[in-house]
Design a protein around this ligand. Sequence first.
Ligand SMILES: C[S@@+](CC[C@H](N)C(=O)[O-])C[C@H]1O[C@@H](n2cnc3c(N)ncnc32)[C@H](O)[C@@H]1O
Length: 195
Amino acid sequence: MIDLKQLCQSNNLDFDDKFYEDCEVFTKLLRQWGQVHNLTGSLAIDDINENILDSVYPLSFIENHESFADIGTGAGYPGLILAMARRDIKAYLIEPRVKRVSFLNFVKASLKLENLTVICNRVEKVEDLNVDLITSRAVTNTNLLLDITNNIKEENSSYLFYKGSLVQEEIEQAKVNNYTLVNRKDRNYLYIKGK
Ligand SMILES: C[S@@+](CC[C@H](N)C(=O)[O-])C[C@H]1O[C@@H](n2cnc3c(N)ncnc32)[C@H](O)[C@@H]1O
């Protein structure tokens, strides 16, 4: 089994001990809830650690943001993990499926994540929210993501989309400018800067 701290450090990421303790609680709860409810894919520890690393990896290259909203957080990747890693940033998780929202709220309460708000809705129906970073993994293509998040963006919002091999086609289709593309294994992180 690969230790999460070692995994993060070998990727030039370091967090305080509290983050790793929180990840242990998250992992335990995910494995408990995941056996009963259909929350996510693999519940193997190594896969959970890899998903945690995938979630926080962009913290090594993105700018500082005051708030972010994660679209379609599911069982927690990447938005819940980002909120655990950066308790100083206001975090919103937008997820319409009730069981997944119950799990996210249970983790929020267990870890006393005061920076976190979980919204049970589809993003296009969310009102009165504007954030300066919008994140999403495995929900829909870039063009559609930009479209359905129009109501929660600020004038200069940035975007961080966790993409796979189709990222270049998506960039062209969505006519994206001013972006950074960072690759790690099969993951392509598409960071579209608002300013
Ligand atoms: C394949 S799961 C991905 C979950 C998580 N982001 C991950 O990478 O493991 C897609 C999630 O997006 C949510 N979703 C789908 N359409 C959405 C929408 N319009 N607004 C917010 N969430 C949405 C689904 O309920 C589901 O939990």
